[in-house]
Write a protein that binds this ligand. Structure first.
Ligand code: SF4
Length: 290
């Protein structure tokens, strides 16, 4: 069995963004509540060891809400991870607090870098700030200055990934995709990941599932993207779950999906939940390892 990622659920179910497609709301909370849980360190060590033994080389701190709302917990996770020496340690975030409270978070980011954090993956839906505001911060007048955030993460030494959800009305055609790739290149973003918006078979959130029904990429739109990659991209890596990484004019671009489970293939990730549960899928509550 060859595992790709050891995912670590940080924070609570609270989030400072309002994405209408929130996948966290659509999948089971699996014990995550608005209250910050304590970390079951005994099971965390077992899970990290298991992930290493199954071949994972990436540990990713993510959440069912926004993990950076609880920076001290991220510090605790990074401290506990150190002994396992995962070469790649990533933090998935919407980036809002990292920019809006720069002074406070700059100190954390420097400390996390010294604890082995390598990559900050910032979720976006567009290169256009207004489109990102409309999606993430509809209750505010302005989205963050994304280029400035990228610059400040680079200045500490981080590798930056922009993780873009593809949806109808946002990045939904090749022209916009080319703009997004040019935006990533212009700001020296090391990795750009594209993932069509998705929903679990059984959504826990009616509004989010409804939004998906109005904004998912149609087969002809996906086909356009696939043609674009086969014509303009130089393939660098292909993964058995369907993702591929391309070089497009010197920009690293990964076209992937949200599939975490395929019973006919090896599991793709182990997911550690703070109370000590270790799962291997977000959507099926029966996918429990420990
Ligand atoms: S940033 Fe993530 S957790 Fe927060 S609302 Fe958006 S999808 Fe949901």
């Amino acid at each position: 069995m060859k595992l790709q990622t050891f995912s670590i659920v940080a924070g609570s179910s609270a989030c400072n963004a309002r994405c209408p497609f929130c996948i966290s709301k659509m999948t089971p909370l699996n014990g995550i509540t608005p209250k910050l849980p304590d970390i079951n360190l005994r099971n965390f060590r077992k899970a990290a060891l298991l992930a290493k033994q199954l071949g994972a080389y990436t540990a990713m701190i993510t959440g069912k809400g926004e993990p950076t709302m609880y920076p001290d917990q991220i510090s605790s996770y990074l401290g506990a991870l150190e002994e396992f020496e995962f070469p790649l340690v990533e933090l998935q975030t919407n980036g809002i607090l990292l920019y809006e409270q720069k002074e406070k978070y700059q100190e954390y980011l420097k400390k996390w870098f010294d604890s082995g954090l390598t990559t900050i993956a910032v979720s976006i839906v567009h290169y256009d700030a207004e489109k990102n505001r409309e999606n993430y911060l509809p209750y505010k007048k302005q989205y963050i200055d994304l280029p400035e955030l990228i610059r400040s993460l680079h200045s500490i030494g981080y590798c930056v990934r922009l993780a873009c959800i593809l949806a109808d009305g946002y990045i939904d055609d090749v022209n916009k995709l080319e703009h997004l790739i040019a935006f990533a290149k212009q700001h020296k973003v090391e990795q750009l990941t594209l993932r069509p918006v998705n929903r679990p078979e059984q959504s826990k959130d009616v509004a989010a599932a409804d939004w998906f029904e109005h904004h998912f990429l149609k087969p002809e739109q996906k086909k356009q993207f696939e043609q674009f990659f086969s014509q303009k991209g130089h393939p660098l890596m292909r993964f058995e779950y369907g993702a591929a990484i391309y070089d497009i004019n010197g920009q690293n671009v990964c076209f992937t999906n949200s599939l975490t489970l395929d019973a006919d293939r090896d599991i793709r990730q182990l997911i550690f939940f703070p109370e000590g549960r270790v799962r291997y899928d977000w959507q099926y509550e029966g996918a429990v390892m420990l």
